[in-house]
Design a protein around this ligand. Structure first.
Ligand SMILES: Nc1nc2c(c(=O)[nH]1)N[C@H]1C(S)=C(S)[C@@H](COP(=O)(O)O)O[C@H]1N2
Ligand SMILES: [Mo]
Length: 354
């Protein structure tokens, strides 16, 4: 058992409360982190803000916790669960450090991955590690843990302190015009130089798609189904849109192609249809509410040039206000549906792994 350590500072909650708070923070970070991957409009900034403030709170709590358990790391005091605990601590610290570094404007080239990808990977790893760690170290929180009057004050200080630290960091970023100042609310930075990255999720990397055999199918919950060849696409609609990838970069480009709503009109989508799934030749797919999707463009061109293979030739989705992973490349089918396609999450993760 951990007795109340005599050297507990004024800011330090009781040990069990620290542990439970860490668990709550980890779960909240996981939730906000995952949801934020799909957040593309500015009104969703609080998600990112909460993720950062709770992350800072975790740093403080973890500091208290590690200081408390440090004696247990000395020779002869290890038990069977200690190695896992150490691993959990190391991964958690790495997750926090990579997240903080990213916010501060640091990026290191990790080959296929950005620092933000590393942060996401480490963060997702923390969850099972913490759950395993709980199996051997679980203790119910007790009422006495909350009875100290200063508890509320302690947590208030973490949150206000975290918010002030973030604000200060933004101001400093702005004054020094550091790299962090150019970030979007999502944390993404503008891509510099001509062109923008070719990004594929995990392993999606099809052979170049030739236009001879390629067709765009449009149909499903509609009066008719149609198939269009590349030459039949009337690519006259232009849109300037911001592509924001969850690996941490964004770019504004001029796209040209076919308005998705025009295709839906052509097949006479059923009034009962609520969703549209956009399929790639690779099996990668994403679905959208039909009314929003009507405004999307299926692009054949970007920046006045025909799409390259990497950017999705012959046809790729341009979905303004949606995060990059939903901008399906190498599109081959528009499927009108009653419901959202629940298999898309798995399909998108494993696409290209065969
Ligand atoms: N079929 C397919 N479409 C895809 C992807 C993919 O892996 N497969 N990656 C997505 C991701 S994660 C992003 S950010 C954008 C990147 O588009 P770009 O390569 O043209 O920059 O495409 C999206 N469309
Ligand atoms: Mo992405």
């Amino acid at each position: 058992m951990d007795g109340p350590s005599p050297s507990r500072s004024a800011l330090e909650p009781r040990p069990r409360l620290v542990d439970w708070s860490i668990l709550a923070c980890v779960l909240l970070e996981t939730l906000t982190g995952i949801v934020s991957l799909g957040a593309g409009v500015a009104e969703q900034w609080p998600l990112f803000w909460v993720h950062r403030v709770v992350g800072l709170t975790l740093v403080v709590l973890l500091f208290f916790k590690l200081r408390r358990v440090k004696p247990r790391l000395s020779r002869g005091r290890w038990d069977r669960a200690t190695p896992l605990s150490v691993l959990t601590a190391v991964v958690a610290i790495a997750a926090l450090a990579s997240g903080a570094a990213w916010v501060l404007g640091v990026d290191v080239d990790l080959g296929f991955w950005t620092l933000l990808n590393l942060h996401i990977g480490l963060g997702l790893l923390v969850v099972p590690l913490v759950l395993l760690h709980l199996r051997s170290r679980f203790r119910w929180v007790q009422r006495a843990d909350f009875e100290e009057r200063r508890t509320a004050l302690q947590y208030g200080t973490f949150l206000v302190g975290g918010a002030l630290a973030l604000r200060a960091q933004e101001v400093v970023n702005g004054l020094t015009e550091s790299e962090g100042a150019t970030r979007r609310f999502t944390g993404s930075k503008p891509v510099d130089g001509p062109g923008f990255p070719v990004t594929s999720w995990v392993a999606d990397d099809p052979d170049p798609v030739g236009t001879d055999a390629w067709r765009l199918r449009v149909g499903g919950l509609s009066a008719s189904d149609i198939e269009l060849s590349y030459d039949e696409l009337e690519a006259g609609d232009g849109v300037r849109a911001l592509l924001d990838c969850t690996s941490g970069w964004y770019t504004v480009e001029d796209w040209r192609g076919v308005r998705l709503g025009a295709l839906l009109d052509e097949v006479d989508a059923d009034p009962a249809a609520r969703w549209v799934t956009v399929h790639s030749v690779t099996g990668y797919r994403w679905s959208f509410p039909i009314n929003e999707a009507r405004g999307f463009v299926l692009a054949t061109h970007v920046g006045g040039e025909r799409l390259t293979h990497g950017h999705g030739f012959p046809l790729r989705l341009v979905a303004p206000d949606r995060r990059g992973f939903q901008w399906v490349k190498w599109v081959t089918e528009i499927e009108v549906r009653r419901r959202r396609d629940a298999s898309q999450y798995i399909a998108t993760l494993v696409s290209g792994l065969d």
